[in-house]
Design a protein around this ligand. Structure first.
Ligand SMILES: NC(=O)C1=CN([C@@H]2O[C@H](COP(=O)(O)OP(=O)(O)OC[C@H]3O[C@@H](n4cnc5c(N)ncnc54)[C@H](O)[C@@H]3O)[C@@H](O)[C@H]2O)C=CC1
Ligand SMILES: O=C(O)C1=N[C@H](C(=O)O)C[C@H](O)C1
Length: 262
């Protein structure tokens, strides 16, 4: 049995993950963590009645001895500290939280390597998104003119999404950096052309009713290619999270991207 702590269990993804871990035959939920928690045991809430799993609202209250894997769906401002804490206590992090800087990721990778702890940061656990990123990278070899549109629910804290940034990074590996559009273009409203990653423009849409969606648009002489993926429900991320929990302890470094363990 893999013993799992879920950080951010009061949130949208943390709640879905908590249920998945409870229901999975190979996992044991040994702790949950969220600063919003007021209960001491999960069983105090009707949703989880009968589950005497300890609840922590502060890092220092977590029983780190009992856990193998730390699943993190928290916030851009807390994820670095949480993951550092997990690695330093010998717990393998499986991280879905987006918004970390490249420097923070590099720092965590250094600590994980020193401690020989396997871990995964996955900008997106959905197989449709993983495939979209791979297809987009393949297409960019032939279509260097590309724009990315990501669309999310309006409670999202970070923009652009982690998936959109990762898509741009993967495309940048195969595409010579170039500015797109008219060199003389001027924004008459600031932000009209979106964010700029090595000349690629990324546009972030936030609307109620949406979950998580991305389009990568390629244009060339007389033709265009659009690749799109949609997560209509947060259950779409759960098979990816489960695979990561099952496999991550076979590694001894902090990986970025679900594709590395599939
Ligand atoms: N990689 C992936 O496949 C996916 C990643 N995400 C990412 O996961 C993160 C969470 O998303 P949602 O669940 O929608 O957000 P949410 O706002 O519903 O939940 C976040 C939870 O984290 C808690 N939290 C805040 N600080 C914390 C800390 N220091 N320690 C523990 N918990 C803390 C909050 O109280 C809240 O309950 C976001 O960064 C989002 O981009 C979301 C969906 C899929
Ligand atoms: O906040 C979300 O919801 C999501 N965040 C991740 C991201 O920033 O890419 C993954 C997915 O898009 C859902």
């Amino acid at each position: 049995m893999v013993k799992v702590i879920v950080a951010g269990f009061k949130g949208r993804m943390g709640n879905t993950t908590t249920h998945m871990v409870i229901e999975h035959k190979n996992f044991e939920l040994v702790g949950v963590f969220d600063p919003r928690a007021t209960e001491k045991l999960l069983s105090e809430s009707n949703e989880f009645s009968g589950l005497d799993v300890p609840v922590a609202s502060k890092l220092e209250d977590i029983d780190t001895n009992s856990a193998d894997v730390w699943v993190d769906f928290t916030s851009p401002s807390s994820v670095y500290g949480n993951v550092k804490f997990a690695i330093e206590h010998g717990i393998s992090p499986v991280v879905g939280t987006t918004g970390m800087t490249d420097d923070q990721v590099a720092e965590l990778q250094k600590i994980a390597l020193t401690k020989k702890i396997g871990g995964l940061i996955a900008p997106n656990f959905g197989i449709s998104a993983v495939l979209l990123m791979q297809f987009a990278q393949q297409a960019a070899k032939y279509f260097p003119n590309v724009e990315i549109i990501e669309m999310h629910h309006d409670n999202k804290l970070d923009a652009p999404s982690g998936t959109a940034i990762n898509t741009a990074k993967l495309i940048a590996e195969v595409r010579t950096p170039k500015e797109q559009g008219n060199p003389e273009e001027k924004e008459t409203l600031a932000g009209a052309r979106g964010a700029n990653y090595e000349g690629m423009h990324i546009h972030s849409v936030r609307l109620p009713g949406y979950v998580a969606h991305e389009q990568v648009l390629f244009g060339s002489e007389g033709e265009a290619l659009t690749i799109r993926q949609d997560s209509f429900d947060r259950s779409s991320f759960m098979s990816g999270v489960a695979v990561a929990i099952e496999k991550i302890q076979d590694h001894d470094e902090l990986l970025v991207g679900l594709e590395h363990i599939l």
